[in-house]
Design a protein around this ligand. Structure first.
Ligand SMILES: Cc1cc2nc3c(=O)[nH]c(=O)nc-3n(C[C@H](O)[C@H](O)[C@H](O)COP(=O)(O)OP(=O)(O)OC[C@H]3O[C@@H](n4cnc5c(N)ncnc54)[C@H](O)[C@@H]3O)c2cc1C
Length: 387
């Protein structure tokens, strides 16, 4: 594979096993499931059995004992085969990382092996209608009830909850809440708990993972549902949000590679004048530029994963930069691939246009382009804050 990333032996082996499985299923399988509302259970199971869902999770809980850099290789390679997998980022990455860092021994034993082998999935519920980019404003409450809790409120844009046994939910401690100071806690809430319901949000995204509004009407959970310390949820949740940003960078690196690969193959073959269209610099240069941008995004992503693996407390800046660089690069690369294909760029047969909205999503979520710029302006550059 051409490019600036030089894989270790181990990463090359991971890439090869992902590629083998992804090629067997094919991009059409993935897009067809996305189009028709189906899931990718067979593919997910195979990835789990091959140890490719828990590469970053500890060995004693069924994982591969590697780090975020290994997860980047898996997620990027899937996307490079036209399979940008939101659920990978949610269940193994965000939830797996938060439970590994803050779950009790019992909780880790209960959830991590199933997350790693693909037999169990857990959704992630942070965003609310009135608390999007501002997670401090979460208004879903958790009220103490005996030794357990009662949770009420709503969440939206919760991906893939229809496939999940539980949702990792961020709620405000009802007794301690003030507008100024967040007192957030994290709970593992079973999706079949009485009082929990959800409704699909129709979007233009072609993906097997759909989004839902989730309603919590006096949902009772026991003391075992609490992750880590009550009131420490905001700090704990960042142990999942940085992996999320890093792996969105990985998805984008993969989509970028996929787009550049398709654009260059087509440009070598398609001929409408006396030479293949790739001989026209108006076609070749934007593809070359897309390749450069995608490679820079991939490097930033791998760097952020390595920083996370060394010292996760320092990973916020590299994770934000990687997510920004890789998502902008992927979108430009995909646009150029569509343009290079002329009218065919919009035909399902070429497997490009259907990836548009899931790639466009990465400019908005999990953290918007503007919020990354705010972070860099304030945290990296020390500029004053407007909000
Ligand atoms: C397909 C999809 C899947 C998702 N999956 C999940 C999931 O599984 N779990 C989950 O918890 N969430 C999920 N989300 C939610 C996602 O994280 C949010 O959409 C995202 O954080 C942005 O929040 P918002 O949509 O409320 O936008 P808002 O916060 O309302 O922002 C609207 C616009 O205003 C801009 N803006 C806001 N504040 C500022 C500011 N201070 N300075 C400059 N610009 C600003 C934003 O950048 C954005 O462009 C998902 C979203 C989508 C679309």
């Amino acid at each position: 594979m051409p490019g600036l990333i030089h894989d270790t032996e181990e990463h090359r082996a991971i890439r090869e096993s992902v590629a083998k499985i992804a090629e067997r299923f094919g991009v059409e399988y993935f897009l067809e499931r996305g189009r028709t509302g189906g899931h990718i259970e067979e593919l997910w199971k195979e990835l789990g059995s091959a140890g490719l869902l828990g590469v970053h999770l500890p060995e004693e809980y069924g994982g591969g004992g590697g780090g975020m850099a290994d997860a980047v290789v898996v997620v990027e390679e899937l996307a490079a085969h036209g399979m940008p997998m939101l659920i990978w980022v949610i269940s193994p990455a965000i939830v797996g990382s938060i439970l590994t860092a803050h779950g009790s021994e019992e909780m880790k034993r209960a959830w991590l092996p199933g997350i790693a082998d693909g037999s169990r999935k857990v959704a992630f519920g942070l965003t609310e209608p009135d608390a999007g980019s501002n997670s401090h404003r979460v208004s879903t409450t958790a009220r103490r009830d005996g030794d357990g809790w009662v949770i009420s409120g709503s969440k939206y844009y919760i991906s893939a909850i229809d496939q999940c046994e539980a949702v990792l939910l961020i709620a405000r401690d009802a007794d301690l809440s003030t507008p100024e100071k967040s007192r957030l806690s994290i709970f593992v809430v079973p999706t079949d708990a009485p009082g929990l319901s959800f409704q699909p949000i129709p979007t233009s995204i072609v993906s097997p993972d759909k989004q839902f509004t989730v309603f919590l009407d006096e949902v009772r959970v026991g003391p075992e549902a609490l992750v880590g310390q009550a009131g420490d949820g905001l700090r704990q949740v960042f142990d999942g949000l940085n992996p999320e940003r890093i792996l969105v960078g990985a998805i984008c690196g993969g989509v970028g590679r996929y787009a550049v690969g398709k654009a260059s193959s087509y440009a070598k073959e398609r001929q409408v004048w006396s030479t293949p269209i790739g001989a026209h610099q108006g076609v070749a240069h934007p593809i070359a530029q897309a390749h450069i941008d995608v490679e820079v995004g991939r490097l930033a992503t791998m760097h952020s994963a390595q920083v996370y693996d060394r010292d996760r407390a320092r990973s916020a800046e590299p994770a934000n930069i990687a997510k920004f660089a890789a998502s902008e690069a992927a979108l430009r690369a995909l646009d150029q691939a569509i343009q290079t294909h002329g009218g065919n760029g919009l035909a399902h047969e070429y497997g490009l246009s259907e990836l548009w909205f899931v790639t466009r999503l990465m400019r908005t979520a999990p953290v918007s382009r503007e919020m990354v710029l705010n972070f860099v302006a304030q945290t990296s550059l020390g500029l004053p804050r407007s909000y």
